[in-house]
Design a protein around this ligand. Sequence first.
Ligand SMILES: Cc1ncc(COP(=O)(O)O)c(C=O)c1O
Length: 378
Amino acid sequence: MINVFQPSLGEEELARIREVFASNWLGKGRLTEEFETGFAAHLGVPRQGVLSTNCCSEGLFASMHLFGIGPGDEVILPTVSFVGAGNAVCASGAKLVLCDVDPRTLNLTAQDLEEKITPRTKAVMPLHYGGVPCDMDAILETARKHGLAVIEDSACSVASTYKGRACGTLGDMGMWSFDAMKILVCGDGAMLYFRDPALRERAEKWLYFGLESKSGFSNSVDQKWWEYDVSSFGHRAIMNDVTAAMALEQLKKLPGFLARRRVVSETYSRLLGDLSWLETPPALPENCTSSYYFYHIQVKDPLRDQLAQYLRERGVYTTFRYFPLHRVQHYGIQDCFPKADWAADHTLCLPIHQALTEEEVDRVAALVRAFGETHRLN
Ligand SMILES: Cc1ncc(COP(=O)(O)O)c(C=O)c1O
């Protein structure tokens, strides 16, 4: 089976993990700090702006607490969002407000955002779909005009940039995922970015029980190092040196991963771009770079599901991300989202990862073309 996503891990990651075993310290320590420093440099932001955590979903949930969002507040998400974002808003007691998306990029637009803003709106959570940046100038301007916090879900945008700045560092808070299906992987792990250093400080405490003092050796200057206080009923959501060891090696390999993904993406567009029955992804916006996390085609005829089935039967796994939140019944959203509905019914994410060989890319494209011929779509 040709996987839709796949990590690339090797001896380098294993060797680094071996070092961790030898050090006898598996928890959050020197390597986690080294990864935070390295990732901040990769983003081009000060070291003090970033903080690691155990997964990006935790970042989504933490954002609600950190921005003081709760009952009576509203938070706007593009309906094509990750389920963790929807759950984070609802779990906080705030009202989940969804907006439509651009039907081709599946990204939030300032216009769709503006339509849903009320005096109760506290925050917006843009998602850079598949690693392609949203039009952040327009979104930030709208958000500033209405005093909204901007929380960027950059889970899939590990190396995406907008006008020379890293996606995830454009708003008030951003986050990147390193889970098993991402580009830079470490099993589970994530990085958070905070524009305001005071917020980062609060986040650090929130993600470790709200502890006011450090425990153990790092607190040994005190007379009684086992005593402590908490400033909030915080979580325990930290990275550790085992996952950081992997992440550090993956960070070194990231430029190579991106170069390969770009070739895969461009090859698909070259091999499929002439087909009149489907759309390849729109050109990247000017002054932007992508992480090439998704490669999505849009089937004009209502045959998307049949195409997915056809490919699966022939050893090619595809998917659609993200099932719109307004179709998740438990959220109980009644509004209409015509552009997102069109996208949800016509979009298919083809396999894209750095381990895909040229033969595999050719095979996927040839099967897509063959499907069109079988259905006389050309
Ligand atoms: C857009 C988006 N946001 C957030 C997450 C959550 O990331 P994690 O798995 O690290 O919790 C994911 C994971 O798939 C995602 O795709």
